[in-house]
Ligand binder design. Structure first.
Ligand code: IVH
Length: 664
């Protein structure tokens, strides 16, 4: 009886959610919904053994995880090549027409989020994963269950994998940023980053609050369901209860129609409730897709057309000069805030004096701005015809805006030569706390500057002494008790960061986040990196001459050693922590050589996968080599392996072994 009622309630509530969130057409009132929900919750509390996997009460999130478990995709999760103009659309169509006569294409909005894979068994959602490197992703099932537009149970009791985009609507993005602003947290740059950040939360209760959505667009094994075209796949997904872009997806029969349909999507872009960054063109007929197949990296049967960056008009209000970590002075355009490609922007770098003069940019000008590389705003041009007669030409400043010291010019840039200029310090501190560095959440630019000016933080070690001033800080105007407790907690948590974050945070010249990672992986701890010689460093792949020199120079400076020792005294972790490391029988302690082009992964990714499972990748074949992993068109390493009788693993076999290792 109870079980039947629970089942019935789950059905009613899931149906109501579907009507509300997917169809946008509710048939029961909020009050009715709440009543059913409370009834189900009460029954599940009373009979926990009867609680089901597809229960909507799972949508609020579960217990927090320590880390995400790795999962291997049943079929690699690929993406398409990007194209940017009509010529490239033509070239794509020509390539297709060499193999297929009269191809038909689907034109779909290119959702701007992150792709996810959902696996259903007997119609019940059992696993959700991120794309990861395409071969292995992360298990985010608990988080995905909180997404209202993900059906927990399908309309058919089938086994199926469904792929689509996890994204945040424009409305939820604005709301999330408003909330972050009031809490003094860093703002999300755009809805895609917001979605990515929200879905990778170890605590699914946080994800639940972020209001994500899921748009389904792909079935990896459509033939299992008698599907013959991509259009049928989309219709089937809709039938199963998924949100699909059925109002926007269209068909095109030739290049003109492709361009026309993409134009229509572009036109609608602004008014859509979610961000799209282009259109995806796919060959509709699955038999044709099969004929076209794959290149070494991507499907030949589809392509992603990216819209040109959106250009928006605004007015230049001010040119503000900032002082960087090295003392470099940068002019910045401060303009009336405008929405560009889904986020609100109000400033852009103007690089240096020459750039400003070349553009002849003046305060009061109407300017065109866009986002370069999807993220960083830039000024494209000045609308001279709208310039006011009394506008004043740009003039570089002579003195540092922070300390007043006379600036010196080096090549195209001006520098503040004062080593004790407060701006240098605050920039260092802001960088240290920033997201890709020590990720001390809550320490945005303004708070760091305030704390610096009030004397609480003069250098990075002071972050770790802030707790001494806890009471004092809590009484500061504008800082609630809660926010100070949060700040202190994130400082404490930052002590456990893996080495690469600290290396990047220290601001060693030429050591960006990626280089820091390579260094941490190779040296494992700060002490061995400190002892590394120039020769050793420059032997590492991707560490060039300039970087190697800069690292050696950094560790030759007594002051830097002193700083590191102080951080050590404050228990800041100096070791590389590889969360992905899990020794596996097939790989641990073994040495592999890669040769030829791998179909489903890059060499860099394959190396990382092997290292994470405890193996090593070597550049040359010897008797000690465990196996040579062979892609397309292998080179001399392959012949050498054959002559030495070293086992050969084709890429498939390698992936199977990785799969096995991940399921061990
Ligand atoms: S199909 C083999 N359809 O854009 C690719 N992808 O390169 C199968 N995306 O990473 C994916 N909208 O995350 C497909 N309607 C759509 C899409 C879409 C967005 C993403 C996807 C992929 C990239 C395409």
């Amino acid at each position: 009886m109870v079980q039947e009622r629970m089942e019935e309630l789950i059905k009613i509530i899931n149906q109501a959610s579907y009507e509300y969130y997917v169809l946008d057409n509710p048939t029961i009132t909020d009050q009715e919904y709440d009543d059913y929900y409370m009834e189900l919750l009460a029954l599940e509390k009373k009979y926990p053994d009867l609680k089901r996997e597809d229960s909507p009460t799972n949508r609020v999130g579960g217990n927090a995880l320590d880390k995400f478990e790795k999962v291997t995709h049943e079929a690699p999760m690929l993406s398409f090549d990007d194209i940017f103009n009509e010529d490239e659309i033509n070239a794509f169509d020509e390539r297709i027409r060499k193999v297929i006569t009269n191809p038909v294409y689907t034109i779909e909005p290119k959702m701007d989020g992150l792709s996810g894979s959902l696996i259903y068994r007997n119609g019940v959602l059992v696993r959700a994963a991120t794309r990861g490197d395409g071969i292995t992703g992360e298990n985010i099932t608990l988080n995905v269950k909180t997404i209202k537009t993900v059906p927990l149970r399908l309309t058919k009791d089938i086994n199926i994998e469904v792929r689509g985009e996890i994204y945040m609507s424009k409305e939820s993005f604005e709301k999330a940023n408003l909330e972050r602003e009031t809490l003094g947290q860093n703002l999300f740059a755009n809805p895609r980053n917001a979605a990515a950040g929200s879905v990778r939360q170890l605590d699914s209760k946080i994800t639940a609050k972020r209001n994500l959505d899921f748009m389904a667009y792909f079935i990896p094994n459509p033939e299992d369901y008698g599907i013959k075209t991509q259009s049928e796949s989309l219709a089937f997904l809709k039938e199963l209860g998924f949100l699909t872009n059925y109002k926007l997806n269209t068909i095109a029969n030739n290049v003109n129609e492709i361009i026309e349909k993409i134009g229509e999507l572009h036109h609608k872009r602004k008014s859509l409730p979610f961000a799209i960054d282009g259109a995806v063109i796919k060959v509709d007929n699955l038999k044709d897709e099969e004929k076209l197949g794959y290149t070494t990296r991507v499907p030949r049967w589809g392509i992603a057309y990216k819209f040109p960056a959106e250009e928006v008009l605004t007015t230049l209000k001010e040119i503000k000069f900032t002082v960087g970590r090295t003392g470099k002075i940068t002019p910045n355009a401060i303009f009336s805030p405008v929405h560009v490609d889904g986020s609100l922007v109000s400033k852009a770098t103007l690089h240096n004096e020459d750039y400003c003069k070349e553009k002849d940019i003046r305060i009061g000008d109407v300017i065109v701005v866009r986002k370069a590389g999807d993220v960083i705003p830039e000024v494209v041009e000045v609308k001279f015809e709208r310039r006011k007669a009394d506008s004043i030409p740009f003039k570089m400043i002579d003195n540092c805006p922070m300390c007043g010291t006379k600036l010196v010019k080096e090549d195209a840039n001006y520098f503040c030569p004062n080593k004790n200029c407060p701006a240098r310090h605050t920039e260092n501190l802001i960088h240290y706390a920033s997201r890709d560095a020590m990720n001390i959440e809550g320490f945005g630019d303004n708070i760091v500057e305030d704390f610096y000016n009030m004397g609480y933080i003069k250098n990075v070690v002071d972050f770790y002494h802030l707790d001494k001033y806890k009471d004092e800080l809590m009484s500061l105007e504008g800082f609630g008790e809660k926010s100070i407790i949060k700040l202190l907690a994130s400082i404490e948590a930052s002590k456990q960061n893996s080495l690469e974050r600290l290396l990047f945070a220290l601001g060693i010249r030429h050591v960006g986040a990626k280089t820091a990672k390579i260094l941490a992986r190779n040296y494992k701890n700060m002490d061995s990196l400190m002892n590394a010689t120039y020769e050793e460093l420059s032997e590492i792949n991707d560490i060039g001459d300039i970087i190697a020199k800069s690292i050696v120079e950094y560790f030759n400076d007594e002051k830097n050693i002193e700083l590191i020792n102080k951080l050590k005294e404050n228990n800041v972790n100096m070791e590389y922590i590889n969360n992905n490391y899990r020794e596996s029988e097939n790989f641990a302690g073994k040495t592999f050589v890669l040769t030829g082009t791998l179909m489903n992964t890059t060499r860099e990714e394959a190396t990382l996968i092997i290292e994470n499972l405890g193996g090593k990748v070597s550049g040359s074949v010897s008797k000690k080599t465990t196996a040579v992993i062979v892609g397309e068109n292998p080179g001399s390493k392959y012949t050498k392996a054959l002559s030495l009788n070293i086992p050969i693993w084709q890429e498939e076999e390698f992936l199977d072994k990785v799969s096995e290792a991940n399921n061990e």
